[in-house]
Design a protein around this ligand. Structure first.
Ligand code: DMJ
Length: 571
């Protein structure tokens, strides 16, 4: 049948009966529904899909302040997961200003923390860490009989992010359940950086007396570890009996540089809070010995005998076993309101020796810090060593005038190399150690080095470098890490490390490390925050990312006058 257009009759109405029109309309709407429905089955990358199905949570980012944003972005992990996995970050870029985009990203860190926390609370409450695959808790043997490492490590992150209900739960647990009467074998270093550091920063941020009371009590339990012929503490202590000994794996009963060299910040604050000069005296004694002892090529080896006070092995590293000793030198100087000249001198001399002996450039132009074994270089850099980008960055400004720009450049180059170790993997997360030999450039060559356990060091350097330079690439790199964590480390009941960063199908290690909550998520949050949230002029972060306030000169003087100790060393 041929339809002719009749005058005054619309094309769609041409000569059709009502029932025919109805069938035609039904067919048309069916067709439209079918086409739209098919969009859902297209891959995410298809542009059409992104145009039609862009999620509606994005409008939240078009308005106002961070606070308004946090109300609008629900803390539901599924929502967050969908948001990140579907690549909404890209859409956001098209719709919002740079400031709002940044605020949106910052906002997403909070539900990540909440997700990690909620799952720890649900499956591992009171234990040290969450095992997210088996949905149970882990106690381990690092903290003696102490429990709740994830709670103490999280206090300040929860508080800073404004997760107040969760912070209150954590505080209540500390008040009622943190039992310091314990008899297990504890690592002096780990208890100090996580428990002492966590409680100190919780006290300074909130003013809650309970944290002060607990931290001073715990600090006193650590003092017997220093009862050695030299005053250099041993690595392991029984918190009940006070007996201490060296790690079985440390050669000839030695103590580890990164362990006895990472007490200074916390112990100075313990003296501040308790009025007990002993804490300061103990760490000043370590400082004195290290300052005096002969150093091969100006370098500090990683193993020292607590009995003879001599180096035991000539292995030097800015990564594991050495790392945070250097960090605490520059941070001691900064935390003393720039009065601790001895720490300053030791830091810059150590840096000079490190640059002369360890800093290398790969054939591909990447700057890295090698390890040193009795004069022979091992062209390897551990993930742990990647904190050094940030450390060298924060130390740049107080170095010799002619070296300042150089230090900032060096910090940027190391941070760039560490980013390369991430971007050269399938998961965009970095391996435990990467090499620069046998044709390798910032990649792991050994199977045993391919894992990633939610470590913070690379992100830590992004945060410091962002604060120091405001180069947007650091936020971009941080965001890449967020996306990779969401894609590969988030599991149904928390976040987990992965066994091989180069495998696109990941295998999880079933551990949500407490430093993921205390460091990784905190540094990411700070990376997307304004600089006036914990400004670097007023706070230093201990090596577990717990912020401690700068002790102002006047305060140091009062303290020195009252207790008559340490003042000359700090001037
Ligand atoms: C943390 O416990 C601290 O940053 C420590 O200094 C080194 N290792 C972990 C994180 O990787």
């Amino acid at each position: 049948m041929v339809f002719r257009k009749l005058p005054g009759v619309s094309a769609s109405g041409m000569g059709l009966r009502l029932s025919q029109k109805f069938v035609f309309l039904l067919f048309l709407s069916g067709l439209v529904t079918l086409c739209f429905g098919a969009l859902f089955f297209l891959p995410d990358s298809v542009r059409l899909k992104r145009i039609f199905l862009s999620k509606n949570e994005n409008p939240a980012v078009t308005v106002g302040s961070d606070n308004e944003l946090s109300k609008k972005v629900p803390g539901d992990p599924e929502h967050l997961r969908a948001g990140l996995k579907g690549g909404e970050g890209a859409n956001v870029k098209l719709k919002v200003s740079r400031k709002d985009e940044r605020a949106f990203k910052k906002c997403l860190l909070k539900p990540m923390m909440k997700f990690a926390w909620d799952n720890y609370k649900r499956y591992a409450w009171g234990q040290n860490e969450l095992r997210p695959l088996t949905r149970n808790g882990h106690i381990g043997n690092m903290f003696g009989g102490l429990r709740g490492a994830s709670i103490v490590d999280s206090l300040d992150t929860l508080y800073i992010m404004g997760l107040m209900e969760e912070y209150e739960e954590a505080k209540e647990w500390v008040q009622n359940n943190l039992n310091l009467i314990s008899n297990g074998e504890a690592s002096l270093f780990e208890v100090n950086i996580r428990y002492v550091g966590g409680l100190l920063s919780a006290y300074y941020l909130t003013g809650a007396e309970i944290f002060k009371q607990k931290v001073v009590e715990l600090g006193e339990k650590l003092l017997p570890a220093f009862n050695t012929p030299t005053g250099i503490p041993r690595g392991v202590i029984n918190l009940g009996s006070g007996t201490s000994w060296s790690w079985g794996w440390a050669s000839a009963g030695s103590s580890i540089l990164a362990e006895f060299g990472t007490l200074h910040l916390e112990f100075l604050h313990l003296s501040q809070l308790s009025g007990n000069p002993l804490f300061t005296e103990k760490v000043m004694n370590i400082r004195k010995l290290l300052n005096k002892i002969e150093k091969p090529h100006g370098l500090y080896p990683n193993f020292l005998s607590p009995v003879s006070g001599n180096w035991v092995q000539h292995h030097v590293s800015i990564g594991g076993l050495g790392d945070s000793f250097y960090e605490y030198l520059i941070k001691s100087y900064l935390m003393s309101d720039k009065t601790d000249q001895e720490a300053k001198k030791m830091y810059y001399s150590a840096m000079e020796a490190i640059e002369t002996n360890l800093v290398q450039k790969s054939p591909g132009g990447l700057t890295y810090v090698a390890e040193w074994r009795g004069g022979i270089l091992d062209h390897k850099m551990g993930h742990l060593a990647c904190f050094s980008g940030g450390m060298i960055g924060i130390g740049a400004d107080d170095g010799p005038t002619e070296q300042r720009q150089h230090y900032l450049d060096l910090a940027a180059e190391i941070t760039h190399t560490c980013h390369e170790s991430y971007s050269r993997s399938a998961t965009k997360l970095g391996p435990e150690a990467f090499r620069f030999d046998a044709g390798a450039e910032a990649t792991a060559t050994r199977l045993s080095d391919r894992y990633y356990i939610l470590r913070p060091e690379v992100i830590e350097s992004y945060m410091y470098m962002w604060r120091l330079t405001h180069d947007p690439k650091y936020r971009q790199w941080g965001w890449e890490a967020v996306e990779a964590l969401e894609k590969h480390c988030r599991v149904d009941a928390g976040f987990s490390g992965i066994r091989d960063v180069y495998a696109s199908t990941v295998s999880h290690d079933n551990m949500q490390q407490s430093f993921f909550l205390s460091e990784t998520l905190k540094y990411l949050y700070l990376l997307f925050s304004d600089d006036d949230l914990l400004p670097l002029e007023d706070w230093v972060f201990n090596t577990e990312a717990h912020p401690l306030p700068v002790i102002r000169k006047t305060c140091l003087q009062e303290h020195g006058a009252k207790h008559d100790h340490g003042q000359t060393d700090l001037e």
